[in-house]
Design a binder for this molecule. Structure first.
Ligand code: NAP
Ligand code: ZN
Ligand code: ZN
Length: 347
């Protein structure tokens, strides 16, 4: 066992504190990663605060992880000491079910092993990336291309793949009209990736405060959802809407913005159900869908795509002790556009 420094949640209401966690001994197929940067995803906040379910405290979250390979097990072939690597939202899956065999490990029928608050093969609770080191099976470790700035690479491991996957699945590209609801961590990546795919992108944000940024990320159009005229002006417009909002929103109002055969994909994960009025689906034969992260091969494809296109998240680097304040700012939608913890400040 390796005892390592970490940021720890002790209850749904207490602030995060410095502590230590245990990492398993390196198995033959394991990689020991010295973590350099960890992104702050809104899912970390939902989890720490116990909003989705009861959580196993003490708990270390963080599933946007980049670092350097410090050591590899004897049978590891895909990674070598010194490599720049990443780990996202899952660290294992059954590898045998039809979804795993199809490269869709995120939809493992036996449940993928989540990077934190999951149950590992040895029965222990998994602990995430707000820590100095992690031990992960080599098949769930991604190669991070050197051209992506190191600290900016971390958010790709969740925000990047979670938006890339539905944009690819629903064929965002030249001639398609895509709206992105919410310009936070996921939303700003959705805009950048959809624009790089050649889609015409519109941002639907609560206000116009971030309009210049939205255009700089590649959006052609930008509207405030606090203005009711937005919903009249944009009725029957989009082929695809990616909803990244962490809170419940009026699904009927957004569904009516879809044109014939359009799809609204919710990647935002508010704890409450999102009621869908069926009459908003009947018009234009619309679809309402969800999407969860992405598979390992697709995550590698996304990293290589972003490296090739020069796409990187906008990050604000923070020391470990600023994480509680960063959570408050994310909750106020005051994030530009992803906080990333400098893990060197934890050593
Ligand atoms: P985030 O950075 O906080 O962004 C969410 C954005 O939604 C905010 O910046 C804000 O954008 C908008 N928003 C927030 N509260 C709102 C409200 N009450 N009404 C309308 N708009 C609101 O969060 P994130 O890290 O991108 O994560 C977004 C959601 O995706 C979370 O629920 C997270 O758990 C979930 N998630 C899901 C997956 C998956 O696999 N499906 C993966 C990762 C994260 P504006 O200021 O522009 O309005
Ligand atoms: Zn996440
Ligand atoms: Zn499986």
């Amino acid at each position: 066992m390796l005892t390592v420094n970490a940021i720890v949640a002790t209850s749904p209401t207490a602030p995060l504190v410095r502590g230590t966690i245990e990492r398993r001994d390196l198995g033959p197929r394991d990689v020991l990663i010295e973590i350099r940067y960890a992104g702050v995803c809104h899912s970390d906040i939902h989890t720490v605060r116990g909003e989705w379910r009861d959580m196993p405290y003490p708990l270390t979250v963080g599933h946007e992880i980049v670092g350097t390979v410090a050591e590899v097990g004897g049978e590891v072939t895909r990674h070598a000491t010194g490599d720049r690597v990443g780990v996202g939202c899952m660290v294992n899956s059954c590898r045998e079910c039809e979804n795993c065999r199809a490269g869709q490990e995120q939809y493992c029928l036996r449940g993928n092993t989540q990077t934190y608050a999951g149950v590992d093969r040895d029965g222990t609770v998994t602990q995430g990336g707000y820590s100095t080191h992690i031990v992960v099976d080599e098949d769930f470790v991604l190669r991070v291309p050197g051209s992506i700035p190191h600290e900016a690479a971390a958010p790709l491991l969740c925000a990047g793949i979670t938006t890339y996957s539905p944009l690819a699945h629903w064929n965002a590209g030249p001639g398609t009209r895509v709206a992105v609801v919410g310009l936070g961590g996921l939303g700003h990546m959705a805009v950048k990736i959809a624009a790089a795919c050649g889609a015409s992108v519109t941002v639907l944000s609560q206000t116009l405060n971030k309009k210049d940024d939205g255009h700089a990320f590649g959006a052609e159009d930008y509207h405030a959802t606090s203005d009711p005229s937005t919903f009249e002006a944009l009725a029957n417009t989009f082929d695809l809407i990616i909803n990244t909002v962490s809170a419940p929103i009026d699904m009927g109002a957004y569904l009516r913005l879809l044109r014939l055969d359009g799809t609204l994909v919710s990647v935002g994960a508010p704890p409450e159900p999102l009621p869908v009025p069926v009459f908003a689906l009947f018009g234009n034969r619309r679809s309402f869908a969800g999407s969860g992260i992405g598979g390992i091969a697709e995550t590698q494809e996304m990293l290589d795509f972003c490296a090739g296109r020069g796409i990187a998240p906008e990050v604000e680097l923070i020391p470990a002790d600023a994480v509680n304040e960063a959570y408050e700012r994310v909750l106020r939608s005051d994030v530009r556009y992803r906080f990333v913890i400098d893990i060197d400040t934890l050593r």
